[in-house]
Ligand binder design. Sequence first.
Ligand code: DX5
Ligand code: ZN
Length: 245
Amino acid sequence: APKAIIAPSILSADFAQLGADCARTMEQGADWLHVDIMDGHFVPNITFGAPVVAKIRKHVDKPAAGLGRGTFDCHMMIAEPKKWVKEFKNAGCDLYCFHYEAAFSSAAESPEAKTDAKTNPKDLIRYIHGLGLLAGIALKPMTGVEVLTELLESEDPTERPDMVLIMTVKPGFGGQKFMASELPKVQALREKYPDLNIEVDGGLGPGTIDQAADAGANVIVAGSAVFGAKDPSEVISLLRTAVDS
Ligand code: DX5
Ligand code: ZN
């Protein structure tokens, strides 16, 4: 499996001092920042939009290329993911991770696309890549991984996601209980795709990381476990060790 990438979720940071909190978590050993964007439609909560991302980008060095240190991993829990790609690119997002479940509703933008809704996530990945961003695709609990087979096995690299996110809680809020029931999805993906970046998000921390790592996850999101810790650097290194050993 690929090496560990630790991505603290700034949903648990202090929004009144986001810039400083982001800079600090990077100094404490984070690889990426996981940036949760919620629109009050796709999920029953609202966070912040591109103007805030643009401001915090100034506090964290941009990665040179690819999935390097400083990657802004934008987790788009929004109903119309296609609509916001350019805006988030301009704000400094590096990896635009949309929900599979939402990619279909954005088909409403184009009547032709609606008749062929199945190709919609594929078109969105191509569109994201075309704008020079990395593309991630997220699955809520209950959505099975078989929906990704065609994308992951596409002959055309512009159609293949750079990362798959398996939610281990219902999206919307930090601090929820980890759902081990989602781990067979991680395991199934890891068995088929040894080099895939597989991210897990929700309820990850010292008590749950071993199960997630054993299943094959390598990109680890943690919000409350990192920002709520007495010693966040210790938690970040513990998460890393669990994945890499
Ligand atoms: C939930 C978000 C998560 C959240 C995780 O919808 O996608 O990124 O911040 O928070 P914890 O790690 O506290 O479960
Ligand atoms: Zn998230």
